[in-house]
Design a protein around this ligand. Structure first.
Ligand SMILES: [Zn+2]
Length: 457
């Protein structure tokens, strides 16, 4: 059994190695058995009461070894004597992990102590966070389960009403994120994610070097992103940012230019391509609107082929594109220009890349295709940002994280409030190693995978 030297459970289970079979030979009291079975390492079980009908196991406990310590400095204090009434009044209950199909609650009446430095204080509770009504082991398990399954399923596993779990998780993540600061942010990415069927937005700030989310804010406007730069980052931190990556939206570009004047503004490569794709699609739509019924037949299913990368098109799709040059010249030309632009990121030196981009822009202007010309104007307006995308800094990390976040969003489906969604993002993609905050002694015991042969003696 895992346990420190001198810990009662090591002694009691020594018999298991000497080949004794019967459980009866163990000289363990029920309370010791309970303690070992439930894997408590920092508390002793002093009494228990099982109500199978109600599905509750109550355990009276007391701190093991670490009792009567000051919560501020950790030193032992002098215990203040209390009457029976006072003991009963101070009694508290914490929810622990369910054991054997019943909900487990532990009760203890924390004592008051006098600390030499901090005066009269309530002793530190080693198994739970301050003001928490759940044990640290419970918090750990809850966060672990919520990372990989729906909250409804996690609630069922933990024996908590589904409606309560969201609130518990919210409080738990909030507690571990308290006083959290952004550290060493050098390359940041900004993007938005929609939820509530595209009616609401969250702005997300990523650390592109370390691939995690550093901040989540409600809304996608300038006010939201301003809050991040003003409230979360200090002036010194802002000055140390080397590069910032975003899409072609005016809001984020404006915010980066204002708050991070020294940083390199990078327009994300994938967002540039996305904007270009949208304008090519606009050309197709224009043609579609003007086309007769017979002509529309030939235009069906084109969108998918046009937006595809040139090298990914099948032989049949290439044939369709070749036919298009005879029937719909404008669409074909727009598509050609779109395919050409991908060369921009393949150059080995920036001045050649810039030359290429200038020539490409000229060709677009000569093409007399409205939507593409509009794109070229946007390109001109953000020329430096697009050129910077050549440095290889992209929001690809953010895209990857967004995929994980979207998966979590789909899992949460029903009762997803803004706060809950933000917590979910911090939990699965944030920079805080939440379970890492809980000491090993307060984590649930890991079940060892054993083969059946090992179980047979
Ligand atoms: Zn103290």
């Amino acid at each position: 059994m895992a346990g420190k030297k001198g810990c009662p459970d090591t002694r009691d289970f020594a018999g298991a190695n000497s080949g004794r079979r019967s459980v009866m030979t163990f000289k363990s009291s029920t309370d010791k058995l309970l303690r070992t079975l439930l894997g408590f390492k920092n508390l002793l079980v002093t009494g228990h009461e099982l109500l199978p009908r109600k599905g509750v196991l109550w355990l009276a406990v007391k701190p093991y070894k670490n009792g009567a310590c000051c919560p501020h400095c950790g030193r032992r204090g002098k215990i203040i004597k209390r009457s029976r009434k006072q003991v009963a009044r101070a009694s508290r209950t914490w929810r622990d992990l369910p054991a054997g199909g019943v909900a487990t609650a532990i009760t203890y009446s924390p004592r008051e102590i006098t600390c030499e430095t901090h005066g009269r204080v309530q002793e530190d509770i080693p198994w739970a966070a301050k003001h928490s009504r759940t044990t640290l082991r419970f918090d750990f398990q809850m966060m672990r389960l919520c990372k990989v399954m729906t909250q409804k399923e996690a609630a069922a596993q933990l024996g908590v009403p589904a409606s309560t779990l969201a609130e518990m998780l919210h409080r738990c993540v909030g507690r571990y994120r308290e006083g959290h600061k952004v550290r060493g942010l050098k390359k940041l990415g900004i993007d938005e994610i929609s939820y509530k069927r595209g009616h609401r937005y969250l702005t997300i700030v990523y650390d592109l070097d370390r691939s995690h989310v550093v901040w989540v804010g409600e809304g996608k406007g300038r006010k939201t992103i301003d809050r991040f730069f003003n409230e979360v980052m200090s002036a010194g931190q802002r000055a140390r940012v080397e590069a910032a990556c975003c899409d072609m939206s005016r809001t984020y570009i404006g915010a980066i230019e204002d708050h991070l004047p020294k940083a390199l503004l990078v327009l994300d490569r994938f967002h540039v391509i996305k904007a270009l794709n949208e304008s090519v699609d606009e050309v197709r739509k224009e043609v579609w609107r003007a086309a007769s019924k017979a002509e529309r037949k030939g235009l069906k299913g084109l969108r998918f082929i046009i937006l595809k990368n040139k090298k990914n098109r099948t032989r049949r799709e290439h044939k369709v594109m070749a036919e298009l040059t005879h029937t719909q010249r404008q669409v074909a030309r727009a598509c050609e220009l779109k395919d050409e632009l991908s060369h921009f990121w393949t150059y080995s030196n920036p001045s050649n890349a810039e030359k290429f981009l200038k020539a490409w822009k000229k060709r677009v202007k000569l093409s007399r295709i409205g939507p593409l010309k509009k794109f070229a104007r946007t390109l001109e307006a953000h020329w430096d940002g697009v050129m910077a995308s050549w440095t290889g800094i992209t929001n690809a990390v953010a895209e990857g994280l967004n995929r994980v976040i979207r998966m979590a969003k789909n899992r949460a489906s029903g009762y997803l409030s803004t706060d809950n969604f933000a917590n979910m993002i911090y939990l699965i993609a944030g920079d805080l190693d939440l379970p890492g905050q809980i000491e090993a002694i307060n984590r649930p015991r890991i079940i060892k995978p054993l083969h059946h042969q090992t179980l047979c003696r």
